[in-house]
Design a protein around this ligand. Structure first.
Ligand SMILES: C[S@@+](CC[C@H](N)C(=O)[O-])C[C@H]1O[C@@H](n2cnc3c(N)ncnc32)[C@H](O)[C@@H]1O
Length: 255
């Protein structure tokens, strides 16, 4: 019976971990979706056989159909009894629709399967913005999901909105979509006061380059630089006082 390893390659070529590299080298075939040509060349250089699944994206096709085709292509190989490794850039279980679906299908078919973590855009953001989620917590959504479900937001907790360049988009376009930034700005204005700082963030995909950090406000959002890799960071608007009763219950009151 075949096996399936779903692994992450990180955000830039130097972030491919030794365990993910080993999974790529050990596989009979590697199918990959990565965001830079150096990582693609590395995979092709160390894999016995490799297939670029990114070629399945088509500008006019619904992404869900593309993901289903990716899953089917992977299972052609798994069902043929091969040891298969699938590589997604970043972390393979973070904002990757087909990754968890591949894991589910493999597990339900009794196929030996593993997911290996990679360095995600969230990890890069923590480093580049000096943000420790252990301090005030963190709220993360795709920008589209945040709007569609009118997510309840705690404005004392940092907010990170993913897939800023694909708001309301179901197709596999390569250009960022700006059409609905105004809808997002309106929703954010219900939560944050005018002038509240926001940061459009993109981690460097080339080793040695700095990250792209564009400061703005909710009012300037619609004119801010945007790419398909943009992630929006919104710092907290207020701090929350410690509950004195709970502090006492926990024995955390100074004598
Ligand atoms: C399909 S998700 C893939 C996320 C990836 N699996 C990860 O773990 O980072 C694509 C989204 O990730 C974020 N992203 C990808 N590359 C990024 C980068 N270089 N800098 C900041 N955010 C990035 C953006 O929000 C983008 O729309």
């Amino acid at each position: 019976m075949g096996s399936l390893a779903v692994v992450g390659s990180g955000i830039r070529p130097t972030q491919l971990t030794p365990e993910c590299r080993s999974a790529i080298v050990a596989a009979d075939i590697v199918l990959y979706v990565v965001a830079d040509s150096v990582t693609a060349a590395t995979i092709e250089g160390i894999a016995v056989e490799s297939v670029d699944l990114g070629r399945l994206y088509a500008p006019d096709q619904n992404r869900r159909l593309t993901y289903a085709t990716m899953v089917d292509r992977v299972f052609e190989e798994v069902d043929a009894g091969r040891h298969v490794c699938v590589v997604f850039y970043g972390h393979p279980g973070v904002f990757v629709d087909p990754g968890p679906e591949m894991m589910r299908r493999a597990t339900s078919g009794g196929v030996k399967t593993i997911m290996l973590p990679g360095i995600s855009a969230a990890d890069a953001l923590y480093a580049d913005l000096g943000l420790d989620p252990g301090r005030d917590g963190i709220q993360m959504f795709s920008a589209t999901d945040f709007l569609l479900r009118r997510r309840d937001i705690d404005d004392s907790v940092p907010l990170v909105l993913w897939q800023m360049g694909a708001i309301g988009q179901e197709r596999g376009a390569t250009e960022p979509e700006r059409k609905y930034l105004g809808v997002l700005a309106e929703r954010l204005a219900e939560i944050y006061l005018p002038g509240h700082r926001i940061v459009m963030y993109e981690a460097a995909r080339i080793v040695g380059y700095p990250p792209s950090l564009d400061n703005g406000t909710v009012e300037t959002l619609t004119g801010m630089p945007l790419t398909r890799a943009s992630t929006l960071f919104i710092p907290p608007a207020r701090t929350v006082d410690v509950d004195a009763g709970v502090a006492e219950q926990l024995g955390l009151v100074d004598d």
